[in-house]
Structures are given as structure tokens and as C-alpha cells.
Design a protein around this ligand. Structure first.
Ligand code: ASN
Length: 276
């Protein structure tokens, strides 16, 4: 990150707004005086705000995320209700630029790990292959047609290297193509060998009318987002792209562990009683 001029910022844990997320998670909020403050689900909107800074072209944050996932995710092997995410965002860049950065990062990480930690990898009986660039790229709607709803698991199991999947109908903040409505300029990185999703991200929506249209389509309560929306309205939020990967999911993959609870000291698994 340092080599690329990506500045590290510290995370926030409480704010009036956080990532709305596109799937069902219970709200984690506290009442403080007259304010409702939400626990961070991701630093997404705060990343955009950080990039308003002059001379700040790219940022990353290693941030704790709290997502109260449903108990059905208990045995997925890859869900925690508290985890760490490395969130990255770059000003004035498109999706290919972010995908290139990610590929470079993953190749460096795996090659570096193999070089510096051969004993640890042997302990885990883990043979890692340094991924080959460019990573394969798929379109989500084609995968859906070919494999049905379970495409992610099927293709992940059948693959030996990480790959990209483009175009996911998700939150209001990912850019939807102006001419091709319903096409999203976003991406997921998927680990091979059945380990599933590693990272999600996209090019972002920064035009006020589009942001409002998409929030309304998703029937969102705009009130908590007031200060952020005002910045968008004033045109202060720049055009960016970015994404974030889960630290524990990365560790699970590189160690070849069957459940994510094996790679974190104080696992918070959905539906499991927390004792420490
Ligand atoms: N970090 C993701 C992104 O940058 C958002 C998320 O974790 N929901 O798009």
C-alpha cells in the first residue's frame, strides 16, 4: 500500500450511518443521548468522504466490522458477526485499475508467504499456488444461467485459482450503467477450492440524482444519511472505485482451514454463544 501511495486511515466504529448492505442482517445500533449510532458494517461511505481531501488519492483502512448475520450462516464456514476488513478506495480510477491492484496484491501476498513461511505452510499441509495474472473474469448473469443460484460454490470448488465475477445487483453506492440499466460496474473476487467470496467492490455512484434514485428504489430511509447526502448534493464526493477483503477469510484460505473460527482468537460465529 505504501509503495502505491495508498494512505492508511484509522477506522470509525460508531456513526449515524453505515453500509446498508444488500442482505438481511439485524441492525446493530446503540442509543447515545438523543442519537442513534450504528456499529460499522463497512467503512464504505466514510472511505468516499476521506477522499474529499486534497492530495488524498487513495486510502486503506483495516477496520472491525459488525454484521449480525442470521443463525443459518453458522455452518457456512466463512461467516463471523465480528471480523476485520481491509477496505481500499481510489480516487478517479475505474474497475480495471482496482482489479489490477488487487491482483498485484494477491500475487505478492501468496508469493511472499511461500517464501517467508514455508514451515508454517507445511504445518498446515498447505500447498499454495501463486495465482497467474490476469485472473479469470466471469459475468454473474451468465453464471446464473449456467449453474443456477449456487454458482459461486460450484465454480469456486471447480477452480484452482482466484477469479473475478462482475455485475452484482447490490447497494445504491455501486455504479449502475447509465445506458444499460441493471448492469452494475462492480465485482467480487472468489477464492478457489470452495473457499468462496474474498472481496467485493466496485466503481461508485457519486451523482446526486442517481444516488437518490437508487436509495428510493431500495426503499431506504434517507434520514440517517443526511450529512453524507448533503456532501453528494454539493458535488464534493469524488468519483472512486474500491473494495474490501476480509482478513479472516484470507487466513482461512491460505491455511486451508475448514471453518473461519479456526483462524481467529475470539471467534464470533453467527448463532453461537459468545463466552469470551
Ligand atoms: N468493502 C466493500 C466495498 O468496498 C463493501 C462491503 O464490505 N459491503 O465495496
Amino acid at each position: 500500500m505504501e509503495e502505491k501511495g495508498i494512505l492508511q486511515a484509522m477506522p470509525v466504529m460508531l456513526a449515524p450511518f453505515t453500509d446498508p448492505l444488500n442482505h438481511e442482517v439485524s441492525e446493530a445500533a446503540i442509543q447515545y443521548g438523543s442519537q442513534t449510532l450504528r456499529l460499522t458494517k463497512s467503512m464504505i461511505l466514510h472511505k468516499f468522504i476521506m477522499l474529499m481531501g486534497k492530495g488524498v488519492d487513495a486510502v486503506f483502512i483495516v477496520s472491525p466490522n459488525v454484521r449480525l448475520e442470521s443463525e443459518d450462516c453458522k455452518d457456512s464456514g466463512r461467516h463471523l458477526i465480528e471480523f476485520s476488513q481491509v477496505d481500499i478506495e481510489m480516487k478517479g480510477k475505474d474497475k480495471r485499475a482496482f482489479m489490477d491492484l488487487t491482483e498485484e496484491l494477491y500475487v505478492k501476498m501468496i508469493a511472499g508467504l511461500k517464501h517467508t513461511c514455508p514451515d508454517e505452510l507445511a504445518y498446515f499441509r498447505r500447498k499454495l499456488t501463486t495465482p497467474t495474472r490476469p485472473f479469470k473474469v466471469y459475468e454473474s448473469k451468465e453464471l446464473l444461467r449456467k449453474y443456477g443460484e449456487g454458482w459461486e460454490g460450484i465454480l469456486s470448488k471447480a477452480s484452482s485459482e482466484p477469479f473475478w465475477v462482475l455485475d452484482h445487483t447490490r447497494e445504491f453506492y455501486d455504479r449502475e450503467d447509465e445506458k444499460r440499466r441493471g448492469y452494475y460496474h462492480n465485482y467480487d473476487l472468489i477464492y478457489p477450492e470452495g473457499f468462496g467470496e474474498a472481496l467485493s467492490g466496485g466503481e461508485r455512484e457519486y451523482v446526486y440524482d442517481e444516488v437518490i434514485r437508487k436509495m428510493d428504489e431500495r426503499k431506504m430511509d434517507r434520514e440517517p444519511y443526511g450529512a453524507y447526502l448533503e456532501l453528494v448534493r454539493q458535488g464534493k464526493i469524488p468519483r472512486t472505485s474500491g473494495g474490501g477483503f476480509g482478513v479472516e477469510r484470507l487466513l482461512r484460505w491460505v491455511t486451508g482451514s475448514s471453518h473461519i473460527e479456526e483462524v481467529t482468537l475470539f471467534p464470533r460465529v453467527p448463532g453461537k454463544h459468545i463466552v469470551i
